[in-house]
Design a protein around this ligand. Structure first.
Ligand code: NAD
Length: 473
């Protein structure tokens, strides 16, 4: 049984302040309790913020070279421990071993590398005649992360804050504590100066809320649900700190009538089902021209039915369990809502896949005959549930794609590059990917509308942690 009962503050692993509680760490594949995690209180947040504040005067004056060297050491150690990091993610959130080894762990490295490359050439100072504009570290950065791509989220935020010269208090998701623990040890082993990086565990409503309202925190960056992002912004407002939000999504895959339908549908299904649908940018609404609808529905059903759900330790597994019981129950509830609303189940459906009686396993589910007003087309489900919506003319497709409170990502499938670019210009989302283009960590990432404010990755990510100062003479 693993026990995580210390927090990383001012370069040391120390026990929480009085009043901490303990929660079970549950393996979602077996529902077994595999460890115990101490959850801190506002007092722990205060101690971590004080350590970060004390370290700021010195770290904020570090040179570009110092920061490049530290990031290089962190990345080297992260690389050495990739296997352990992947194993931690598999155990705590049930992602299949293949996904953990090939994606969950390495994406953290890719994100840090994008920061490092941006830092090498970032213009911290520009001349304006005889005057200057300087970009300076904003101060203490509180970083709050979700459990679904835990290492990528932590690595993205921490590397950007380090590169900017900020000091950090990280509050990772209480549902995915194991990878964060390893990450903090890597920060320590890399020789991060005491107080520059601190990590505490705790619930959003207590520790997260204290960080967002804390007068000594200068920026709070949260990746999580829109609900949590709104709460953070409200509690941050009286201290006028900067708020950076990476929140939910309900992203469309707009398949145009000239696309290779089979290819586009297969790609779309694979993309949403990856990580059991627990991806903020997953293309959860598939918009298909009515003239090609039956073909698309048949391909989607066949693709989803062929996916193998099972033990995440088995290399043949494509989908592991949902990461926790509450999320599993939400997914089941939403499948039920879809059926009640009149959607047609063409793959999967309620309950666990056959033969899997234990573990939070959901069936890869495709719901057809959906219209964009249905709850299942509007609310983020965050599970392996795809909805297919028919549309008529291209303009209708674009209108449906944009008819959402979210705006994190959008996807287009088309054989015509110029047409796809024209459509991309009309989609209201922070990133548009055409014909299955891969993720590029040097590009800005973030949302329109209720999907958030601000951008992560590369140079855009760095600027979230910088203040702007004019110096004139
Ligand atoms: P969540 O909102 O429950 O929790 C996210 C984090 O916020 C956790 O660390 C949690 O403890 C903390 N938190 C919750 N309430 C808080 C509050 N009132 N004040 C401060 N902190 C609070 O989300 P989750 O279930 O961990 O993750 C899933 C959600 O995250 C989905 O909505 C998904 O779309 C979103 N997400 C977004 C991105 C993105 O980059 N836009 C990436 C990954 C996940």
């Amino acid at each position: 049984m693993k026990r995580i009962d210390t927090f990383y503050i001012h370069g040391e692993w120390i026990p929480p302040a009085a009043g901490a509680t303990t929660m079970d760490i549950v393996n979602p594949a077996t529902e077994e309790v595999i460890g115990k995690l101490s959850l801190g209180t506002a007092a722990d947040a205060d101690r971590a913020v004080a350590a970060a504040r004390a370290a700021f005067p010195s770290w904020s004056q570090s040179s570009r070279e110092d920061r490049i060297a530290l990031l290089g050491r962190i990345m080297a150690l992260y690389k050495e421990r990739l296997g352990e990091l992947a194993e931690a993610v598999r155990t705590e959130m049930g992602a299949p071993v293949g996904v953990c080894n090939a994606v969950q762990a390495p994406v953290g490295l890719a994100a840090m590398n994008a920061t490092l490359e941006a830092l090498r050439t970032f213009e911290f100072e520009t001349e304006h005649g005889r005057n200057f504009v300087r970009r300076e570290p904003i101060g203490v950065a509180a970083l709050v992360t979700a459990w679904n791509w835990p290492l990528m989220l932590i690595a993205t935020k921490v590397s950007a804050a380090i590169a900017a010269g900020c000091t950090i208090v990280l509050k990772p998701s209480e549902i995915a504590p194991l990878d964060a623990h390893l990450f903090a040890q890597i920060m320590h082993d890399a020789g991060t100066p005491a107080g520059v990086f601190n990590m505490i565990y705790g619930e959003g409503k207590s520790v997260g809320a204290r960080l967002s309202s804390h007068p000594e925190v200068d920026v709070i960056s949260i990746t999580g649900s829109t609900r949590a992002g709104v709460e953070v912004a409200i509690s941050a407002a009286p201290t006028v700190k900067r708020v950076h939000q990476e929140l939910g999504g309900k992203s469309p895959l707009l398949i145009l009538d000239d696309a290779d339908i089979a290819d586009a549908v297969q790609g779309g299904v694979a993309s949403i089902m990856m990580n059991s649908g627990q991806t903020c940018i997953a293309p959860t609404r598939m918009l298909v021209p009515r003239t090609r609808y039956d073909e698309a529905v048949a391909v989607a059903a066949a693709t989803a039915n062929a996916l193998r759900v099972g033990d995440p330790a088995d290399p043949a597994t494509k989908l592991g369990p949902i990461s926790n019981r509450a999320q599993y129950e939400k997914v089941q509830h939403m499948i039920g809502v879809g059926i009640e609303e009149g959607a047609r189940v063409i793959a999967g459906g309620p309950g666990r896949p056959e033969g899997l009686d234990k573990g939070f396993y959901a069936r890869p589910t495709v719901l057809a005959d959906v219209n964009n007003a249905m709850t299942i087309a509007r609310e983020e489900i965050f599970g392996p549930v795809l909805v297919i919506i028919p549309y008529d003319a291209e303009d209708d497709g674009i209108e449906i794609a944009n008819d959402t409170n979210y705006g994190l990502a959008a996807y287009i499938a088309s054989a015509d590059r110029a047409r796809a670019l024209r459509v991309a210009a009309r989609l209201r989302a922070g990133s548009v990917r055409i014909n299955g283009a891969p993720v590029d960590f040097s590009l800005p990432f973030g949302g329109y509308k209720s999907s958030g404010n601000g951008r992560e990755n590369g140079a855009h990510g760095l600027t979230e942690y910088l203040e702007v100062k004019s110096v004139s003479m």
